[in-house]
Design a protein around this ligand. Structure first.
Ligand code: TXA
Ligand code: MG
Length: 312
């Protein structure tokens, strides 16, 4: 299959692909998504196959406006508040599903995860195709999420019909909250913080899971945070190289090392690119310095979902 590379001027073409049951990857405000017609089981199946994703793992459904949520799910009071506050944006809400959503989307669960991306490309695509679109991240299952169309082609080139060139803004996936339970349950930490959620719905439970025992990133990660990271990293590298292991370093700081990948700004977005770069180098391990930024803990949580992480 040829994967067409489209620009944001080709949205009509992309919408046609979706209408005809095909697969299109596109940027969202969080990471790249892989879309197909959420109401067409055969189209949804193509997304699972392209991602090599287990049919047990449900897909998020993207909607073009708030009203659409009510057509595909039962919206209770808590959900209503969250939708008012955070849609469009990086929050996914898990609700009781309505019949219109095929079982393949939710892995036969009676609940559906819904989000409205805050990005013109998927929103226009859904409006033009006149239907909701599934919005899982556009990577092979278990790999880091893509934030550029090149990442998407690395993972899914030849397996999907098209990818639209564009920009993601955050580089961290949406936060997922299940509001069907008595106490709302945060299932995945993400771009909306737990505190922000609490300010709208009160008390919440946090019950996040790491899903993978096999790691999508092929090299282990040694993560350094907190005080004196540079000195600690330099000492660590000295020791580990003495043991004969080869190292790549990802850092905001100018650490003196041949395999340094420097992240100058927008840490979350550029980290995903840096990890793909580091992995391709001829090294055994990746050392990573995470600066004191707002998303620090969310990023570490996310890393554990696709990499073997040692916190040093
Ligand atoms: O920011 C995001 O949410 C990105 C963009 C592209 O939309 N998408 C994304 O999708 O991260 P994905 O498939 O990589 O992760 C979705 C997560 C999975 O862990 C899945 O198990 C969970 O959402 N999920 C989907 N439907 C669910 C449901 N009905 N109940 C519970 N969890 C669900
Ligand atoms: Mg994903």
């Amino acid at each position: 299959m040829k994967t067409h590379v489209l620009s944001d001027k080709d949205l009509q073409k992309a919408a046609k692909i979706i209408e005809n049951g095909g697969t299109v990857a596109f940027p969202t405000e969080t990471v790249y998504g892989l879309g197909s017609d959420a109401l067409n089981p055969a189209a949804v199946k193509k997304v699972f196959i392209a991602k090599s994703r287990s049919f047990n793992k449900p897909l998020i459904v993207g909607v073009p406006n708030k009203d659409e949520v009510y057509k595909i799910a039962e919206v209770n009071k808590l959900a209503e508040k969250l939708i008012e506050e955070f849609f469009p944006g990086p929050l996914t809400v898990v609700l009781q599903k309505k019949q219109i959503i095929p079982d393949i989307v939710t892995a036969s669960s009676c609940k559906v995860a819904v989000r409205m991306p805050k990005h013109e490309i998927p929103l226009s695509l859904m409006r033009m195709a006149k239907r909701p679109i599934v919005v899982p991240s556009a990577n092979v299952s278990g790999r880091p999420s893509p934030t550029t169309y090149e990442h998407v082609l690395e993972d899914l080139g030849g397996k999907i019909d098209a990818v639209i060139v564009g920009k993601c803004n955050i580089g961290i996936e949406s936060t997922i909250i299940d509001v069907t339970t008595k106490l709302p349950k945060v299932l995945r930490l993400g771009a909306v913080s737990v505190e922000e959620l609490q300010s709208i719905v009160g008390d919440v439970q946090v019950e996040t899971q790491s899903y993978f025992s096999q790691y999508g990133l092929s090299k282990p990660l040694y993560v350094f945070t907190g005080k004196n990271t540079i000195e600690r990293i330099e000492k660590f590298i000295e020791k580990i190289e003495k043991d004969g292991l080869r190292v790549a370093v990802i850092s905001k700081s100018k650490i003196d090392h041949a395999n340094l990948i420097e992240i100058k700004n927008d840490f979350a977005i550029n980290l995903l690119t840096a990890l793909r770069k580091a992995e391709k180098k001829d090294v055994d391990i990746i050392v990573l310095e995470i600066p004191e930024i707002k998303y620090k803990e969310v990023i570490i949580d996310r890393l554990t979902r696709f990499a073997k992480v040692f916190r040093v």
